[in-house]
Every structure is written in C-alpha cells, then in structure tokens.
Design a protein around this ligand. Sequence first.
Ligand code: AHG
Ligand code: MN
Ligand code: MN
Length: 353
Amino acid sequence: MTKFEVTTLNEFILKSQSKYPEAQGDFSHLLHHVGIAARIVNREVNKAGLVDILGEAGEINVQGESQKKLDVFADEHFIDAIQGCGEVCAIASEENENFIIYDDEASRNGKYVFLMDPLDGSSNIDVNVSIGTIFSIYRRISPVGERATIDDFLQPGTAQLAAGYILYGSSTMMVYTTGQGVIGFTLDPSIGEFCLSHKAITTPEDGTIYSINEGNYRKFPQGVKKYIKYCQKKDAASLRPYSSRYIGSLVADFHRNLLKGGIFIYPETESAPNGKLRLLYECNPIAFLAEQAGGKATNGLIRTMEIKPESLHQRTPFYTGSKNMVDKVEEFLQAYPEEKRNNKKKSSIAIEE
Ligand code: AHG
Ligand code: MN
Ligand code: MN
C-alpha cells in the first residue's frame, strides 16, 4: 500500500513554529486565518457563474474604479477572517480609503497589521480568467494595546514579516514567504485543504517571457519601448524573440513568470507618472516573493522594498521577475532617460529601432 503523504498548510505552519523564531504561535495563528479566508473566497470564485455575484456592485472604490461584487465579498470576508484570529490590530485594503482598526479586545493587543488587495485582476472575474488575493504582514510599530496609526502601515517593504498571494486559477494556490524562501500550497477541493505542492520555489535567473500591456506602447518611457523591441529581436544565443504573455491579473502574470522565468512590467507613463500598481498591497508583497525566489523587483531605479511609503494607496512603476531580465530593462531605462529620471549611469548597449 502506498503511504498517504500530504502536508497540509496547517500542519506545515505548526511544524515551522519550532524551526523559525518568527513563526511563533500568534503569527502561525494569523497565517492559519489567511488560509480560512482564502478558502471562503475560493468557494465564491468557483461558483461565480452560478450565483448573483458577477458584475458591478454599483460602488466606486477609493481609486475611482468601479468595484465588482466579488471585490466587495473578498474584502469583507478577509476583514472578518483576519479579525477572527485576534492577532491583527488593524487592516488596510485596496477597497477602503482608510485603514480599519479592529475594536475588540483581543485585536487591540494584536502585534500585527495586515494589508491586502482582496481581489486582484477584477476585470477578469466575469470572463472566467485567473484572479488573486495579495497580502502583506508587518509587525506594528505603535505600542500594543493602543490604537494603530498610519505609521504602522507606512513601513518600507523591507520590514515585511510575511507576504503572499492566493491564485484562483485552474487550481487554487497559496504562495507565501516569511523570509525563508517561497512556499506553495495547492488546494485539494476534495478535502478542502491547502496541500504542500511547491517546497521551495526559485525563479530562473533568465527567462523568455515578457509581460506588459502593449496597448499602452505609445505612452511608455523610451527605455521601455526600446526594451520591448529588444525582446522581439531575433537572437539565438539569448533565445529571442521572447514570448509575450499578459493576462491582466498581476498575481497570475507574476506566478507564471515566477515558475517559468520572465519579466512583468507596469511602467510609469506620461498620463500616470507613478504607474498603476499600488506599492503597499500589490508591489511590496510581490517584490518580497520575487526576491525570496531569487528574482528582483524595482521601480526602474531602486529596489521596490526600499521605497519610503508616503500614503496608503500610493502607486509605483513596477519591474519584477527574473534577475537578469530586470537588470536588462534597467540598462535600457538608464540609456534612454526620461527628463525626470536621473541619468547617472551611461550604458554601453547598442539599440536598434
Ligand atoms: P485590481 O483588479 O486589483 O484593480 O488590479 C488590476 C491590476 C493588476 O492585477 C494588473 O496587473 C493590472 O491592473 C492590469 O492593468 P491594465 O488593464 O492597465 O493592463
Ligand atoms: Mn490588484
Ligand atoms: Mn483589487
């Protein structure tokens, strides 16, 4: 008889407690509750076509974008599930203008703050294409027992204790890091458990996929335009031309590139000088995962996780993925500086139109 060898997320979390000092009881308890919220949202995502949950909720969120019903559902359920663990004093979300302070006694003494994009890729909900949830966890800096403050949330990405995402794709996965590498769990719907499927995810140093919304080409910085031409140019040694793959869900695009090797770019444009993606609950958690997997994440100039946050919903240009690919696009950005970019380095690379 073959041995039944499955490690569930909860078992893994319990085992990690003894190995890593940071994975103490309260922190493990929090991760366990992330898993619960993920399963609740997954249940709704899976039956999205069956119930009246598709389509617009009729509200406009703080970014001025229309909210989808599933956005609201995911937001509310994560907020409740994270409160349920009693370890988090306050939570910030893409869907809410201000952070929410939990007012029950256990949460007031919680040591952590939680940030999230509850439903990422929401334009894909109605068309059965992969979507995700992104989360990031910090130790609070305000005194335990007092009210959380904005400074608890405006910490640089380097201070993250944990970050991860849930990908609602052809299967549902939870991928996270606590700074000890990147681990992946796949949901087995028959037993309702996340099971360890990817013990130590590392990303290739080089890749052959570039992911960018090329419809915006005319608005891109010169360096990005030239890099795209470089990706398309034939060169057997570097396996070019690269493949273009873009789903429009950051989680799904990043996950594919993480496993296969590639680069994801959401650059600044003339009309959106800070790009589209949000630093605190989209880019920083993804950057933490990228670096922990051996990849890289920058705003084109500096490491994403070293950007000093100034506001909760701040945006940033984002370049992430295989290390050598991010290095290469940075060379192009330096070689073709926009007026606002500082042009310290001179590049030796030759560029053709
Ligand atoms: P959200 O659904 O949370 O608002 O995020 C959508 C983001 C991200 O998932 C994706 O990478 C990007 O928007 C796609 O933007 P474009 O449609 O402009 O390419
Ligand atoms: Mn998003
Ligand atoms: Mn979202």
